[in-house]
Design a protein around this ligand. Sequence first.
Ligand SMILES: [Fe+2]
Length: 276
Amino acid sequence: MTVKVEILKPAIGAKVWFDRAQIGDPALSVQLQELLDKHTVLIFPRIGLSDQEQLALTDALGERINITAQVPGKGDAAEVYQVTLDEGANIEAEYVLGTWFWHMDGLTTSVAPPRATMLSARKLAPKGGQTEFASTRAAYAALPDEEKAELEGLRVVHTVTASVREVCGPEALDEARRGMFHVHPLVWTRPNGVKSLVIGSTADRIEGLSQPEARSLLARLLDWTAQPDFSYRHKWEEGDCVIWDNTCALHRVVPYAPESGRMMHRTAIAGLEAVA
Ligand SMILES: [Fe+2]
């Protein structure tokens, strides 16, 4: 089995080439999991996976989870979620427009956030549509000790309504999404001692801080995390597949025209642990 790796930045991103006939081979799965742990974002250039192959690769890397089916009333959501603003295909435009802003997936339910999310490019937008990733692990590690100490113990309320605050009022969301929220520590400490920030557009307020203090701190941490050393912008080519470690990275998409028909197919892998 041959796996070729090209590192994009020390803190985040690697291109990985492998033969898709090897999907399901345990040796490949182990190698890809190790690369994901190390590089946070893996790009499989122009691999051209079918939905069945994407599901097989997802299953090979962990326990598949249907993020949309966690929303009350959406238990029958498709296994492969279509991320698009095309009105014919997706009726959750407000929710998808929220992806234009830095976020982590799955922070507004009591289910552990997905370990990883996978996207395949099915149709590109002629302008915009690049996906950006930022390492919340590298960002935390580089904070001065004094600031790290100030963040310790803070708890953040994450809501769906906050994630669409730049897009629409809460009334535009369906009722099930409107009520979704969860409280997480601002700093996530893994059993192995590695720490990362838990921030992004879903972060609404911080317990015990005034709203100006909380929003200013959250905005500063976002700016810090998005700096070039810790982030990577992926310019998609048709057939590209990207998987990222959702537990230590933010992501967002560069705005694109809804009528472009841009279409990404999404699957996700269940988280192993709650934020702690
Ligand atoms: Fe997302």
